[in-house]
Design a protein around this ligand. Structure first.
Ligand code: DQA
Length: 151
């Protein structure tokens, strides 16, 4: 079997991790999180394309690209989680396993963060575990990609 590939996509302001509201998002930078994600992926034989953008359109393009090229997707849409029907439509259009990820527990935060528009199209959601959620999402995605089931 060819090596499994996964896209890990990060939305707006996640480039600021490390200095951005560390009491909510922790002290890890996105680079730290990428390193931990790639380490776990390598151990499981998954090739990861790890990206961040502040643009909604770029995220839509990358979700479409993941649907064409990858075996699975992990997506932290940032604030677009709560607003983006365009992202929901893109996620609904692709047939690979999709895990939505949040560093914080959005259900314990402000009212406007408690609904995820995009999670309607997710296979599963991981949240509230900080940067540690990313390697866990890789494990769960591996299970979905190889066994067609959750972790
Ligand atoms: C976030 C939660 C969102 O509400 C917020 O806008 C973010 C980060 C998280 O990872 O906890 O940018 O997606």
């Amino acid at each position: 079997m060819a090596a499994l590939t996964a896209f890990v996509l990060n939305g707006p302001n996640l480039n600021l991790l490390g200095t951005r509201e560390p009491d909510i998002y922790g002290n890890d930078t996105l680079g730290d999180i990428e390193a931990a994600t790639l380490k776990k992926a390598e151990a499981l034989g998954i090739t990861v394309d790890f990206r961040q953008t502040n643009g909604e359109g770029a995220l839509v393009d990358w979700v479409q690209e993941a649907g064409a090229k990858a075996d699975g997707l992990i997506l932290n849409p940032g604030a677009y989680t709560h607003t983006s029907i365009a992202l929901l439509d893109a996620l609904s259009a692709i047939a690979i396993p999709k895990i939505e990820l949040h560093l914080s527990n959005i259900h314990g935060r402000e009212e406007f963060r408690r609904d995820s528009v995009t999670a309607r199209a997710a296979t599963g959601v991981i949240m509230g575990l900080g940067g540690a959620g990313y390697p866990l999402a890789i494990e769960a995605l591996h299970a979905l990609m190889t066994r067609g089931t959750g972790a």
